[in-house]
Design a protein around this ligand. Sequence first.
Ligand SMILES: *Cc1c(COP(=O)(O)O)cnc(C)c1O
Length: 442
Amino acid sequence: MAGWMDEYGDFSPHPSLDVEVGALERAADELRTRLRENYPFFHPRYIGQMLKPPHPVAVIGYVTAMLVNPNNHALDGGPATARMEKEVVSQLAAMFGFDQHLGHLTSSGTIANLEALFVARETHPGKVVAYSADAHYTHARMCRLLGVDGRAVRTVADGTMDLQALKELLRTGAVGTVVATTGTTGLGAVDPVHQIVALCRRYGARVHVDAAYGGFFRLIADDGADGVAAAPFTAIADCDSVVIDPHKHGLQPYGCGAVLFKDPGVARHYLHDSPYTYFTSDELHLGEISLECSRAGAAAAALWLTLRLLPLTPEGLGAVLRPGRRAALAWSRHIAASEQLSLYQHPQLDILTYYPTRDRLSQVDRASAHLLARGMQLPPAQSLFVATYSVDAAALAARGHRLVADVPHGRILRSVLMKPETEQHIPSLHQQVLDLLGDSQG
Ligand SMILES: *Cc1c(COP(=O)(O)O)cnc(C)c1O
C-alpha cells in the first residue's frame, strides 16, 4: 500500500497530527491493560456466546484496505472495494442458489433484517409480518420501528415455527411476509423453510429468511452424515430475501452483515437522488440500494480476501463449520449418557442447550448460575466460559422434561460451539462441567 501511495509523490503530514512516541506507548499500554477485561473468545474453553476472533486473512484484508479507508456508500468513495462487495454478494447469492439477486453488505444482521422488512412493507403495505416466537427480537422491534403489524407464531417442541399456527394465520389473508429463521439465536433451531415456502405460496405471502447465524451451514447441509437438515437450507433458493452475517460464521470482524433479494426490482424502493455523492458513472451505486450511507469498504475487502482462500464450498468454509457441528453431536451424546446433565433439546446446528439434572427448576437455575460464575472465576489456564439461557416451565414440559416448576422460569446452560478447535476438547469440556457441578451440589 505504501508503494502505491508513493506513486502520488511524497508530502508531509500536518504537525497538528503529530503525537509524542512516549505518550503513544503509555496510552497503548493502558489500552492493552484495559483490554484484559475481556473474555477469551479465541480459546476452546470459551464456549459461551456467538463470539470468536476473525480469521487472520480477514484482518489482513481489513487493515490493508482500511489504510485508505474507502467508503462503500458510493463508487467514488471506494471503487475497488465497491466492486469487491458486489463480487462477494454474488458469491453469497450463488451459495443460496439465487439465480438473480440484488444485495449488499451491511454493518450488521440487524440493519440487514431492517432492510428486508422495509422492502416487505413496501411490497405488501398494510400487511402483517409473521415470525416465530423464537425469532431474534429484532424482528418485533423493527416491525414497531417500521409501523408494521408484527406477529409472533408459536413454536413446537424443537423450537421451530408451528406450521399449523402459521397456516391459521395465513388463512386470515392478513399476512404479507413470513420470516423463517435458519438457526435461531437461542437454540440454533432451523425453521422448516421448505414447508413455509410451500404454505406461503399458497396464500400469496412472501418469505424472508433470517440466516444471520445459520446461513453458512448451507455449505454442509448436503453432507448427510453430520445431520444438518438439507431441505430448509436448499429451500432458501425459493425465498424472496435472505440475511446472513459474515461477522458470525464467516470469520469476519464485526461490521459485516448482508441482505440479498431475489428480485432485483426491489431497488425501486430505495432509489433516490443525491446532489453530492454520485458523479463518476452510470453504474449502480451501493448507496442507491442500501439504507445505510457510509460503510467500511474495508469490511468488503476483508470478506473478499477471506473467500479467496476459504471459498463458499463444502471443502472451503464448509470445513470450518463441520467440526463445530460434530462437536455439538458428540457432546450431546456425552450429556445423554450422563446422570449429572440433561440435554434440553437435540442440537440442530452447533448450539447446545443442557442443564444440571435436578428435581426442581429453581435448583437447575441455581446450579447453572453457579457453574457459569465458578467457571469464569478460575485462573485463566483452568477457566471455563459457558452461557445461560432462560426457559420456562411450559418449554421444559413440551420437551418432556419432568421437573417441578417451582419458579416460572429458570436458567439452563447454553454453549455455542462455533470454533473448529472445540471438537477436540469435547471430552475435557464435558469433564470440566461435571467437575464444576460436583464442586457445589447446588
Ligand atoms: C445475530 C442475529 C441477528 C442480529 O444480527 P447482528 O449482526 O447482531 O445485528 C438477527 N437474527 C439472528 C438469527 C441472529 O443470530
